[in-house]
Design a protein around this ligand. Structure first.
Ligand SMILES: *[C@@H]1O[C@H](CO)[C@@H](O)[C@H](O)[C@H]1NC(C)=O
Ligand SMILES: *[C@@H]1O[C@H](CO)[C@@H](O)[C@H](O)[C@H]1NC(C)=O
Ligand SMILES: *[C@@H]1O[C@H](CO)[C@@H](O)[C@H](O)[C@H]1NC(C)=O
Ligand SMILES: *[C@@H]1O[C@H](CO)[C@@H](O)[C@H](O)[C@H]1NC(C)=O
Ligand SMILES: *[C@@H]1O[C@H](CO)[C@@H](O)[C@H](O)[C@H]1NC(C)=O
Length: 476
């Protein structure tokens, strides 16, 4: 008789426990889902793919160090610092900055006050944003920077961030070689673009920023990413837009592969597409060119040949007859093997008609100190129909390991309404550098070959522009 009456409450108790356990599981699951999907208050300001702005203006910005002299050939370029100040003038709500280095406000350099002035000015303006009610958000890999502490900023905790870009009010952007280093505004030669009134592109670049931001909040790379970091545009579905009233397409690429969220094009694939679609010429200007990658294997560092970009160039030159020019910096960190890889590329055109691959090294003064005097820090490629502006040098390890972004802009070919486009401006900047007295070609004769063995960049003889008469004014 007692049996059923004692068993009834026991059953209900069991049921309760089961339901409670289920609820717990559900709660844990929800927490897991939400933590990986990450719902934040920070929305996209009501800007969506449907209502964003595609009628944009683009401007080339450059820093040309005062002690480099180029013939004035009417190449218009806006000074980099003016570009940044214009962006800050426009800022009403937010300024988001990604930079691998924060050294705008270098106090050690009291001996060169004029060199640091621009950097300090920019730093002061960034500090004063708060008083205007503009939010400043920063992603950087340097956690120990006193400047970042001064800016009360958030830091990107993982190493290897090379990305350098700005997003202002989710409307205007900057991408280029310059970072938040006083050298970028004085001693180093930099090139980038500022795009105004372009919320579509800003929205997409902001997703890269959000990606870094999410990494900052955790110290592992999640396998499920929030929809908020999915790429909006890529090499197969580029953004259609107007750049200074010219029809164009654009998209943002990133690296390393691990950092490519859903649908995001890898830098290497973006470069591939640009090289692949070139019809007549490809001009490349990078600080370093080295098809090698360092990987850590069982605790030791192993160096491997990294072929992707080297292959693309070879194919374009030999099989498609594209004229390629490679402008590389010759500086204290130039890897000795650079000369071997470059010589190998050049030798491809031996005995081939209509084959043209030229390499020049940009060098200014020997740099004894860390000032990087006159260093060509550019990282771009321009072709007859597209431009790629990135954060990485063309070094395998950079693409494989370090974080960077690139911007691809492709022009539609409707020739009649073409005024001077961004392509023409970048090309003019390249040709100015290429023909300058700082661009020297390696001497190829046998006597010089012995010197390569030394593997000391400083001992490799350079032909100066004067020895090497420019007897072929470009027909392009
Ligand atoms: C961090 O900064 C402090 C003071 O500026 C310095 O003493 C310390 O060595 C730095 N740590 C690292 C890991 O760079
Ligand atoms: C951006 O758009 C605003 C409003 O339409 C306009 O006043 C401004 O001049 C534009 N900026 C640029 C650089 O084109
Ligand atoms: C690889 O790492 C070694 C040691 O750290 C360094 O000397 C070398 O320059 C690196 N090579 C590349 C391609 O980054
Ligand atoms: C080389 O180029 C010229 C002009 O572009 C063309 O006429 C000629 O057929 C080409 N020769 C070869 C071997 O492709
Ligand atoms: C695009 O328009 C802006 C503003 O009108 C101008 O400053 C800039 O130089 C133009 N860019 C190009 C590539 O013509």
């Amino acid at each position: 008789m007692a049996g059923p009456t004692t068993q009834e409450p026991l059953k209900t108790q069991q049921k309760c426990i089961a339901i409670f356990a289920l609820l717990c599981c559900f709660a844990v699951l929800m927490v897991l889902i939400f933590s990986s999907v990450n719902i934040w208050g920070d929305d996209e300001d009501g800007i969506t793919e449907e209502n964003c702005d595609r009628d944009c203006h683009i401007e080339l910005v450059e820093n040309i160090p005062g002690d480099l002299s180029f013939p004035m050939d009417g190449t218009p370029h806006l000074p980099l610092s003016v570009g940044f100040h214009t962006l800050l003038d426009q800022a009403k709500r937010s300024v988001e900055v990604v930079s691998p280095v924060w050294a705008l406000n270098s106090w050690e350099l009291e001996t060169m006050p004029s060199a640091v002035k621009q950097g300090q000015l920019l730093f002061q303006r960034l500090l004063s944003l708060k008083s205007r009610g503009v939010k400043l958000k920063i992603a950087s890999s340097l956690t120990n920077s006193t400047e970042l502490k001064t800016l009360a900023a958030h830091t990107f905790t993982r190493g290897g961030l090379h990305s350098s870009f700005w997003i202002v009010d989710r409307k205007h952007i900057y991408i280029g070689s310059a970072d938040m280093d006083w050298r970028s505004f004085s001693k180093r030669k930099e090139l980038g673009v500022v795009v105004y009134n372009c919320s579509c592109l800003a929205l997409d670049l902001h997703r890269v920023f959000s990606f870094y931001w999410q990494l900052h909040e955790r110290d592992y790379i999640p396998s499920i990413w929030s929809k908020r970091v999915t790429a909006l545009y890529g090499r197969h579905d580029a953004l259609e837009l107007q750049l200074n009233a010219t029809q164009a397409t654009a998209y943002v690429s990133t690296s390393p592969e691990l950092f490519c969220s859903k649908d995001r094009t890898r830098d290497v694939d973006a470069i591939y597409q640009v090289i692949q679609s070139a019809k007549t010429f490809i001009f490349i200007s990078v600080t370093d060119y080295l098809p090698l990658v360092n990987r850590s294997f069982r605790g030791t560092s192993v160096t491997r040949y990294w072929s992707p970009i080297d292959e693309m160039i070879r194919e374009a030159v030999v099989l498609r007859g594209i004229k390629v020019r490679l402008l590389i910096s010759f500086w204290k960190k130039t890897h000795p093997l650079t000369f071997n890889f470059v010589t190998s590329l050049k030798s491809l055109c031996m005995q081939l008609l209509n084959c043209s691959l030229e390499v020049r090294f940009f060098s200014h003064k020997e740099q004894k100190d860390d000032i990087q005097h006159g260093l060509n820090h550019n990282k771009y490629m321009v072709t007859d129909n597209a431009v790629y502006i990135g954060n990485h040098d063309w070094v395998g390890s950079d693409f494989a390991i370090n974080a960077g972004v690139g911007l691809v802009v492709k022009m539609k070919n409707n020739l009649q309404d073409r005024g001077a486009t961004i392509l023409d401006h970048v090309k003019a900047a390249f040709e100015r550098d290429w023909r300058s007295r700082y661009a020297k070609s390696l001497q190829g004769n046998k006597d010089q070959q012995g010197k390569y063995r030394n593997l000391q960049p400083a001992t490799i003889h350079m032909e100066t522009k004067e020895d090497n008469e420019w007897n072929n004014p470009s027909s392009l």
